[in-house]
Design a protein around this ligand. Structure first.
Ligand code: ZN
Length: 426
């Protein structure tokens, strides 16, 4: 008999509840990011062009207040320098640590300038290297060592990641001779009260399992090991895998699920997370945690930066449409900042992968959005507007081109379909 364990989930975590979509890493990084310096130049060209005029945006550099919303991390400071160099003005800060958009800053910002030019998003460290490089950490010269980047987002993920990785290693599948495939699950991943950890991962018995295996004294392999529950594996999980990969689980050897424990087959939540008045975690990233942890085409740190940027972008577009800002105009460029440490220059530099542009002209509360694929097409055909102050004067460099070339990430390098480790567990 099949029994569900979904009643243990908080309502926000139930797979039947609605969750707005966020952009896929594979789609976003099907085109390379821009050097941020170069992107600002193109954004200014775009805003002086016909499309921006059609949308109703009036370009007047004398009245433009450059604004940034990003993490406080000094690894993203070249963003400030690029805005200063291109507009001649110091940027207004609409951001908070962790790459949050501070909507309470808008009143002050429009008080300082009637045209707000926003650049913002989350950031993630990147180290160039073999197989597309590595995300989530960066060189910290003052410590002469690496540390997490964005440290804030990494700290949000970390307790969930530890539990997820343990589940990947300890949930095993196997097929005794002449039987269906079994899945053996530690009880703490079936029912939340079996673990003291406030972070609870529950396999979804509805999608992963097809009823419990009954003990048969003539079949010793049906005996449930201590602290575990033995189920029949529903075919869905193996059907998602390549044939040779699925074959690993069809042998009597106990094989850990590994990253094949993907988002349709588990749910994860923190019982200690503060909730808001809607019953949702105040840290909205937690709603997407199972997608962040098990993404096949994205290191979790990058996925977290993309999800967070999507969430904050929503807050931005919501805020600028408030009636009190009707008289002002906003051109908002939102994306993920990719931080790199340039050893030769002993400084941080930034790439920018735009996720979208929204323009709210003065005199209206509605805005026009350009989606990412259109934006890339338009922007890659534009000549950047030259900065008012040269890259050499401001950054001590001549161009940002060389770091773009060092960025070799393509999502398929991070395919999580490596063969599961084969270990014998009891
Ligand atoms: Zn940060």
């Amino acid at each position: 008999m099949h029994r569900t364990n979904r009643h243990w989930l908080p309502a926000y975590c139930n797979p039947d509840s609605y969750l707005p979509k966020v952009q896929e890493t594979r789609a976003l990084f099907s085109t390379p990011p821009f050097g941020f310096w170069d992107f600002v130049g193109r954004a200014l060209t775009f805003l002086q062009g016909d499309l921006a005029k059609e949308i109703g945006f009036v370009y007047d550099l004398r009245n433009i207040l450059p604004c940034k919303w990003k993490c406080a991390d000094e690894a993203v400071f070249s963003v400030d320098l690029a805005l200063y160099a291109h507009t001649g003005r110091f940027p207004f800060d609409k951001g908070m640590i962790g790459g949050r958009f501070n909507s309470a800053s808008l009143g002050a910002a429009v008080h300082h300038g009637s045209i707000n030019l926003d650049f913002g998003g989350s950031h993630v460290g990147y180290e160039p290297g073999e197989s597309g490089g590595r995300f989530g950490r960066i060189w910290r010269p003052l410590h002469r060592g690496h540390s997490t980047d964005c440290g804030y987002l990494c700290a949000v993920i970390e307790p969930f990641r530890r539990v997820y990785e343990d589940a990947c290693n300890t949930i095993v599948a196997f097929r005794p001779p002449s039987e269906k495939v079994f899945v053996s699950v530690p009880n703490e991943y079936v029912q939340p009260s079996w673990s003291n950890n406030p972070v609870k991962l529950l396999v979804d018995t509805d999608t992963l399992t097809d009823g419990e295996v009954k003990y048969d004294p003539h079949k010793p392999y049906t005996q449930t090991p201590i602290g575990r529950t033995l189920f029949y594996l529903k075919p869905g999980l193996l059907e998602r895998l390549d044939e040779d990969e699925a074959q690993h689980f069809r042998t009597p050897q106990h094989t850990p699920m590994g990253k094949n424990l993907s988002y349709p087959f588990f749910n994860i939540f923190n019982t200690e997370s503060p909730l808001d008045e809607h019953g949702l975690p105040q840290q909205r990233l937690e709603l997407y945690m199972k997608y962040i942890l098990s993404a096949r085409n994205s290191p979790p740190e990058l996925k977290a930066a993309i999800v967070n940027t999507n969430l904050e972008y929503n807050r931005l577009t919501d805020a600028v449409r408030e009636p009190e800002f009707e008289a002002y105009s906003f051109a908002s460029f939102t994306g993920v900042f990719v931080d790199m440490y340039d050893e030769e220059g002993d400084r941080y530099r930034n790439l920018f992968q735009p996720l979208g542009v929204s323009i709210k002209p003065a005199g209206t509360t509605s805005l026009t959005e350009l989606p990412q694929h259109e934006l890339y097409e338009i922007f890659s055909g534009l000549a950047p507007t030259p900065p008012l102050r040269s890259a050499h004067d401001v950054l001590g460099l001549d161009s940002s081109k060389s770091i773009v070339e060092k960025f070799t990430f393509r999502p398929s390098y991070f395919e999580r379909r490596e063969a599961p480790r084969r270990t014998v567990t009891s």
